[in-house]
Design a protein around this ligand. Structure first.
Ligand SMILES: Cc1cc2nc3c(=O)[nH]c(=O)nc-3n(C[C@H](O)[C@H](O)[C@H](O)COP(=O)(O)O)c2cc1C
Length: 250
């Protein structure tokens, strides 16, 4: 299995790395794991200029010719993705935020809906880590990743928390090795139905999305999610109902 750890710290080998390293070591003890670090501090990923080319045209039209393409490929090749960031000024680091901004086109052209994610956040001592964690959760949601674990920790507790990291690593490994396509929760399911409805209109502005979704068969009748993940009867009924309601707003 392939893991890509997206590292949002400005210091390569600080507390953030120490946590993810322990996760790597535990996962490698459990089985064959190919683990790659993507240090955003080293990557050539220009600051998003907000031109919206990637969102409104297609993701190949970004004006920057930097590492975004190779990073996209690394994410596509991975089974599991770790989003790891320290707390900077009460939130995730700007490196992580820029990473998410540069990939925000996947809101319209979902690429990573079949990936599981583990979130890691460390701080110098902030008592409230809800805000940075929520930002990482939003980042994962935007990328359509399926969160299977969350670690928030103060730096001073890293040394004595090996057991916690190992439990998270074990869980991540177990989910990934199950080979099951991630099933959407209700929010993800409804987001799919909303996007399906919005992009099927094939307006001139939504043309790249229309093409992207059409090619993948995501407008087909009875299609309730991107992948063939097994849906419970309740979710199938809910998705069907959502489709019916949305059709009234055509
Ligand atoms: C610019 C900056 C802002 C920070 N803001 C906070 C903060 O708001 N709350 C906090 O608990 N720690 C804060 N810290 C401390 C870092 O979270 C801490 O040093 C952490 O270990 C950095 O991760 P690293 O060890 O991987 O570099 C800040 C550090 C920097 C450099």
């Amino acid at each position: 299995m392939k893991i890509l750890a997206v590292m949002g710290s400005l210091r390569k080998y600080g507390g953030n790395y120490k946590i993810v390293k322990q996760i790597e070591q535990k996962m490698k003890r459990l089985g064959k794991v190919d683990f790659e670090y993507l240090f955003l501090a080293d990557a050539s990923l220009e600051l998003c200029k907000g031109c919206t080319n990637c969102r409104h045209l297609d993701n190949e039209r970004c004006k920057f010719n930097d590492d975004a393409g190779s990073i996209k490929q690394k994410m596509l090749d991975a089974d599991g993705i770790i989003l790891s960031s320290p707390v900077y000024a009460g939130n995730m680091s700007w490196l992580m935020k820029n990473f998410v901004d540069r990939f925000s086109f996947v809101q319209r052209q979902p690429l990573f809906f079949d990936k599981y994610a583990l979130l890691v956040c460390n701080s110098g001592g902030a008592a409230d880590m809800d805000t940075p964690l929520r930002s990482l959760e939003q980042a994962a949601a935007l990328l359509e990743l399926h969160i299977v674990g969350r670690i928030t920790i103060k730096n001073r507790n890293i040394r004595k928390s090996t057991a916690r990291f190992e439990t998270a690593a074990e869980n991540f490994y177990r989910v990934l090795s199950s080979g099951k396509a991630p099933a959407p929760d209700i929010t993800k399911l409804l987001v799919f139905k909303l996007k399906q409805h919005a992009f099927s209109a094939n307006s001139p502005e939504a043309a790249p999305e229309y093409k992207f979704w059409k090619e993948r068969g995501w407008f087909e009748k009875g299609r309730h999610y991107y992948s063939g993940a097994k849906l419970t009867l309740f979710k199938r009924i809910l998705a069907w109902l959502a489709g019916k309601v949305l059709a009234k707003f055509a």
